[in-house]
Design a protein around this ligand. Structure first.
Ligand code: NDP
Length: 419
């Protein structure tokens, strides 16, 4: 029996909400709150009569702490699931602290305005000290550790697929397969085709910022940064086939380097088709990925926000996307003094997702882990007070839940390694 407040009602949140409604015995009451309330109302209307979960809706601007506090105080949830955008992480964490409620999200904090001088000064210092220049990092949310510990609350960070399930795979490998892990390669393959020359599978602004940033990986205790898309490999993915993949910076590398300190190298690769890369480079070259406002015919326009309006809504890709995703981790390391390798991954079919929850597999592979993470917190299976990432919790009940609710694991004890 629990009351959950979900903030956000986009592609990922819609899947998470639909999945919560399949587990009504735990998610007995749900409030869907977002900036645009009509989207929450439409989803609530669609679910009416199909679930025992009691759904209400609310309007909230989660950039405003006081609005989130007022909503939490009136709804009195047991947990707040932040499935809005990374820009709202800190305001929602502040509100949870003020109201004494557990918190979770699916992506680590980054600011909406990267020209903000206060943020920029801290960012530039971090770039120099840590050696990677992505706009997002864990420092902002890790700064809340003591506050959550003192309040006796849990903040679960980054509980989607990557970050999220990939870290549970690492915790699982460490618990069951290895005494020591030497290397981790996280491989994110989307073999789906939506038929558009260019579209992003989740929020375009967040996605394009991530992909156009320099790549980086962790090696021998420090970051190595490389120009965007400059390390390319080919890999033959189970049920998808041969794909080009590129090394990216990704947020879970940072927490894994801290939580599995013996690991010598951690890399993250994502597959991209040539059409996507050509469009992205062109948009970047003409300034369309910029977050700095420009004046146009008397209006202030942020190019990347304008671009978002032109691109297909990721939530609309579901019916048109065919093919599969394959996301997982390849490990090398030692068990009982012997060298070994191990690959754990999930394969997810875009059309099967669409049939089940009216969404493509990218939102599905993020929304299902968000529901399963909430399930772990609400059932007390994960009860470590403080601010934590997924690899800090017991992976077993979480992976069991993923097996049950749509993202079953697959294993290979003799995988082809990435050179
Ligand atoms: P969408 O853009 O589809 O949805 C975002 C939702 O948040 C919308 O409903 C939007 O409302 C709402 N929102 C935005 N700003 C505010 C605000 N100030 N107050 C209240 N609501 C707000 O994004 P996605 O569903 O694609 O992504 C959701 C999250 O999941 C993101 O943080 C993304 O980075 C993360 N993600 C994580 C992945 C993982 O594997 N860990 C993979 C993919 C995504 P409105 O309708 O008004 O715009």
């Amino acid at each position: 029996m629990s009351r959950v407040l979900v903030i956000g009602c986009g592609g990922v949140a819609s899947v998470a909400i639909r999945k919560c409604c399949q587990v009504s015995e735990v998610f007995t009451e749900l409030c869907i709150a977002s900036r645009t309330k009509s989207k929450c109302d439409a989803l609530a209307a669609e679910l009416e009569g199909k679930t025992a979960t009691k759904i209400t809706t609310a309007q909230v601007d989660a950039d405003k702490v006081e609005e989130v506090i007022a909503l939490i105080q009136s709804y009195k949830p047991d947990l707040v699931m932040n499935i809005a955008l990374p820009y709202q992480d800190l305001t929602i964490m502040d509100a949870c602290l003020a109201c004494g409620v557990n918190y979770m999200d699916t992506a680590n904090y980054e600011p909406e305005d990267i020209e903000d001088p206060e943020w920029k000064a801290i960012y530039e210092k971090r770039c120099k000290e840590k050696g990677f220049s992505a706009y997002f990092d864990y420092s902002w949310q890790w700064a809340y550790r003591e506050k959550f510990e003192k309040a006796g609350l849990i903040a679960l960070l980054g509980c989607g697929f990557d970050p999220g399930v990939t870290q549970a795979y690492c915790a699982y490998a460490k618990k069951h397969e290895f005494d020591t892990i030497d290397t981790i390669d996280i491989l994110d393959c989307n073999g789906g085709d939506h038929g558009y020359p260019f579209a992003t599978n989740f929020n375009p602004e967040v996605n394009l910022r991530e992909v156009s940033a320099p790549g980086s990986y962790w090696e021998d205790g420090h970051w190595v940064e490389i120009p965007a898309m400059s390390i390319k490999r080919e890999y033959d993915f189970d049920q998808v086939g041969m794909k080009d993949m590129y090394l990216l910076h990704h947020e879970e590398i940072e927490s894994l380097a801290e939580n599995i300190p013996e690991v010598k190298r951690i890399r993250f690769f994502m597959t991209f088709g040539q059409s996507y890369l050509t469009h992205m480079k062109c948009l970047e070259n003409v300034g369309m990925l910029s977050t700095t406002p420009v004046e146009f015919e008397g209006h202030q326009i942020v190019p990347i926000k304008f671009l978002k309006e032109l691109l297909p809504d990721p939530a609309s890709l579901g019916p048109r996307t065919h093919g599969k995703t394959n996301i997982g981790c390849i490990f090398t390391g030692k068990k009982d003094g012997k060298e070994k390798t191990y690959y754990i991954y999930n394969v997810c079919d875009h059309q099967e997702c669409y049939q089940e929850v009216a969404s493509q597999a990218i939102s599905y592979t993020t929304g299902v882990p968000a529901m399963c993470g909430a399930l772990m917190l609400l059932t007390g299976k994960w009860n470590k007070i403080g601010v934590h990432t997924v690899e800090e919790f017991d992976p077993d009940p979480f992976l069991d839940a993923l097996d049950q609710y749509g993202l079953p694991r697959r294993e290979n004890h003799n995988p082809v390694l990435v050179d």
